[in-house]
Design a protein around this ligand. Structure first.
Ligand SMILES: N[C@@H](CCC(=O)N[C@@H](CS)C(=O)NCC(=O)O)C(=O)O
Length: 241
């Protein structure tokens, strides 16, 4: 099985998270979204990543791809068997996926006002899921589900922002914060982000023109890391933890 990917795409990350948790082996091919290859344009109906390529053909849309991975592979299911519970899980998953681009916009905000406006929209999702969270550690208790793999994308990126800038999207959501911490402990979920993800993420969202990029520079000044140091794993360990 092959996933066609763009390195910092949240929709790809949700699919890779499901593959990793299910311990399915897969290949990844990265493409440029500004110069899409012809074979990709033929294969992907919307011209978007992710697509999944199997001998049987091509699947598109990260939601159906994740469900296929869950049903077709592995000896356990991320989705509950019970139809009512499964429908509930799908609804919470949709809330996460509907907010991936909201979070991207929040992270790319150019000034404090637009950060606050975008974060207010994103926060309504955190507010809703917080009410649905039980005693944890994961969404439905001790077993990971697809709600966890879908929400991990938002929570992992909020974690990176907090580490780099000291700005916490989850400040007002203590239960979501606990869930974030529990999911960050799951190695399979951490593998949903490719190598050098932090640097690429920071280059895109924390450059000098974004408000969060400016916060990162202030934060680094406070902890003695040069403002042009790259936001890599070592810098995070030295500065931001
Ligand atoms: N609804 C799609 C959204 C996928 C999506 O927006 N992918 C972005 C990258 S994160 C993309 O391929 N953008 C290129 C384009 O739209 O031309 C899914 O869930 O898979």
């Amino acid at each position: 099985m092959k996933i066609v990917s763009f390195r910092i795409c949240p929709f790809v990350q949700r699919v890779i998270g499901a593959l990793e948790v299910k311990q399915v082996s897969y290949e990844v091919e990265y493409i440029s979204l500004t110069d899409k290859p012809d074979w990709f344009l033929k294969a992907s109906p919307h011209g978007q990543v992710p697509i999944l390529i199997e001998p049987a053909g091509v699947l598109f849309e990260s939601g159906p791809i994740s469900e296929y991975v869950d049903e077709a592979y592995g000896d356990f299911r991320l989705h509950p068997e019970d139809p009512f519970l499964k429908a509930q899980h799908r609804a919470w998953i949709e809330l996460a996926a509907n907010n991936y681009l909201v979070q991207c916009r929040t992270q790319r905000s150019m000034d404090e006002k637009s950060l606050e406006d975008n974060l207010a929209i994103l926060s309504t999702a955190f507010d809703k899921i917080q009410v649905a969270l039980g005693d944890g550690p994961y969404f439905s208790g001790r077993e990971l589900s697809m709600v966890d793999t879908a929400w991990f994308v938002l929570l992992h990126r909020a974690y990176l922002i907090e580490q780099c800038t000291a700005f916490d999207f989850l400040l007002k959501f203590p239960k979501v914060k606990r869930w974030q911490q529990a999911l960050l402990e799951v190695e399979a979920l951490r593998r949903s982000a490719p190598q050098r993800f932090v640097e690429e993420f920071a280059n895109f969202y924390l450059h000098e023109h974004t408000y969060l990029g400016q916060l990162m520079r202030v934060h680094r000044g406070q902890c003695g890391v040069s403002s042009d140091a790259s936001c890599d794993a070592d810098t995070l360990a030295a500065c931001c933890r």
